[in-house]
Ligand binder design. Structure first.
Ligand SMILES: Cc1ncc(COP(=O)(O)O)c(C=O)c1O
Length: 427
């Protein structure tokens, strides 16, 4: 792409941006440039409205909200799942909004991990978010296995990305289940989920993806690819609020499979209140719910999904690839040489990256602190990555341009050297 270095170019790009109108739908933090929507998305007015409505329904209807609310709470999880289905290329009944990210991973692995004879290994990788690996190891132990033997972690060749070829080569006859992230939380690498799914299925291996870092910014085609199951969090690019309820996708060919962690919200709604001790699971993804829908942690997501669907995930992706390419261009042009020494951890090919850029620096922690002092909100991931996420719905090219000027000024003035090397607990 033909980018230019000057501020006028950034302003022109903002003026021509078809998604620029969405910025005013979000509460910006006054005086700050927010580059951390890949960790926690900003609050939209739409999310505020849906939360307030549910709050009022609680006030006015109380228990009656389960059946009498605008969207009856008893089927809220399914209704929101249906609203999200288009974002992941699924049928409406293949997605349900419930639980939390790690809990949902446990629920799915408890269902689909079926060690038998020699075929008992789970394949994952060493760069995935640690919580996922903790969950996989715990699931292996629950089946009487030893994670040192039964959990294989594909290694990264460079500490930043995982080669799909290395994953495919590790798909041996001993592997029964694969879990991979869609996008890596550090480098922002996007895996080729279609290819990996094809290879896994040819070998009779069940494959699932943690799409926490891609849903809401990257389109997915789960049904077309034949993915077995997936999960994601709704507080990053989905803007559903801190600790928002997560989501589960189960391919319809698995409908009828007994959920590994059963609970009454997974029961068929028609017989749920018969209170029979025999579990009668729902006939679709709804069966993987466990307990009561956490309405107040779910309600903001309703408005948040509406904004994303209105803007269109393909339009969001188009801007995302462009604005992240622009950020990498500015880092390359202005910050890669002496004395700046910044690098880019994120793959350059648009089809190999998600919505954030991993900017590397030898003193990344202190540079991130100096950025915060200048009113930019990034985040830091050890050992040396500053993550910057220009979010298509509420970040502009001028924001990106300014962030890069701040990085340059920080090094020019040695501002980062005034900060302690000691890290805080939330980075
Ligand atoms: C890829 C990925 N998986 C799992 C988690 C854990 O999510 P939760 O705390 O909602 O269980 C995170 C959190 O950021 C994540 O980024």
């Amino acid at each position: 792409m033909d980018f230019e270095l000057g501020e006028e170019y950034a302003l022109r790009m903002d003026a021509e941006d078809p998604l620029a109108q969405y910025r005013k739908r979000f509460y910006q933090i006054p005086g700050k440039i927010y580059m951390d929507g890949n960790s926690l998305g900003l609050l939209s007015k739409d999310a505020e409205t849906s939360l307030k409505r549910v709050f009022e329904e609680w006030k006015g209807l109380s228990i009656g909200g389960w059946t009498g609310a605008e969207i009856p709470w008893i089927t809220y999880a399914e209704r929101l799942g249906a609203m999200e289905a288009g974002l992941v290329g699924a049928e409406p009944d293949e997605v349900v909004v419930c639980g939390g990210t790690t809990v949902n991973l446990h629920a799915l692995v408890a269902t689909f991990y079926r060690p038998e004879g020699e075929r008992r290994k789970i394949l994952a990788d060493e760069l995935n978010f640690p919580s996922d690996i903790y969950a996989l190891a715990a699931q292996v132990r629950l089946r009487g296995g030893d994670p040192d033997d039964d959990l294989i972690l594909v290694k990264s060749r460079d500490g930043l990305v995982i080669e799909e070829d290395d994953v495919i080569n590790a798909m041996t006859e001993e592997v029964t289940l694969i879990l991979l992230p869609s996008v890596y939380y550090r480098s922002g690498q996007l895996l080729d989920m279609g290819r990996l799914t094809r290879e896994a299925r040819e070998r009779g291996i069940t494959i699932g993806f943690d799409c926490s870092h891609s849903v809401g910014v990257v389109p997915h085609r789960f049904d077309e690819w034949g993915v077995d199951w997936a999960l994601w969090c709704n507080y990053k690019y989905m803007n559903g609020g801190p600790g928002a309820t997560g989501s589960i996708y189960v391919n319809r060919r698995h409908f009828g499979t007994a959920p590994g962690l059963a609970g009454w919200f997974g029961n068929d709604r028609a017989t749920m209140f018969d209170m029979d001790v025999r579990f009668d699971p729902a006939k679709d993804a709804s069966a993987w719910q466990i307990g009561t829908t956490t309405m107040l942690s779910t309600a903001p997501l309703e408005g948040a999904i509406r904004v994303i669907n209105e803007a269109g995930i393909e339009n969001i992706r188009l801007k995302s690839t462009k604005i992240t390419a622009y950020l990498m261009y500015l880092v390359d042009e202005l910050l890669s040489g002496e004395p700046y020494r910044f690098g880019v951890a994120t793959p350059r090919e648009p089809e190999r990256r998600g919505g954030h850029v991993g900017v590397m620096h030898g003193d990344a922690w202190r540079v991130a602190e100096a950025l915060k002092a200048r009113g930019v909100i990034p985040d830091f991931r050890p050992p040396n990555i500053i993550r910057l996420a220009p979010i298509p719905l509420y970040s502009g090219y001028r924001d990106v341009w300014e962030v890069v000027q701040h990085l340059k000024a920080i090094v020019d003035n040695g501002e980062h050297e005034r900060f302690s090397r000691e890290r805080g607990t939330v980075t």
